[in-house]
Design a binder for this molecule. Structure first.
Ligand code: FES
Length: 99
């Protein structure tokens, strides 16, 4: 996948930023895993800092997307919310039925 504003991160192996992001989203968490997935960082090594930054940004995105603040989970409205991220129906348990 090539984005319009894509950046060539690894010159040695012609790997774009979007390709490294894709590797991270498919499960690569380390430089070694990115290297296995798309060869980025396996040449001169000068891109490894940039790859690490991309991996850190993806990890931060993952954490932001998956975490639900503990205080919110204490509210009765969210009693049926799964802390892993999926929620039951809004106003589910505890709401009186409509008349
Ligand atoms: S620029 Fe990535 S290994 Fe050389």
């Amino acid at each position: 996948m090539t984005r319009r504003s894509d950046v060539l991160v690894c010159v040695c192996n012609t790997v774009l930023e979007s390709q490294i992001v894709a590797c991270a989203r498919k499960g690569a968490r380390t430089l070694a895993e990115v290297a296995i997935a798309c060869d980025a960082g396996t040449g001169c090594g000068s891109c490894r800092g940039a790859i690490t930054t991309i991996l850190e940004e993806e990890e931060a995105r993952r954490r932001r997307g998956e975490s639900i603040p503990e205080a919110i989970l204490q509210l009765p409205l969210f009693a049926s919310v799964d802390p892993r991220g999926s929620a039951g129906p809004i106003g589910g348990a505890g709401r009186p039925p409509k008349k």
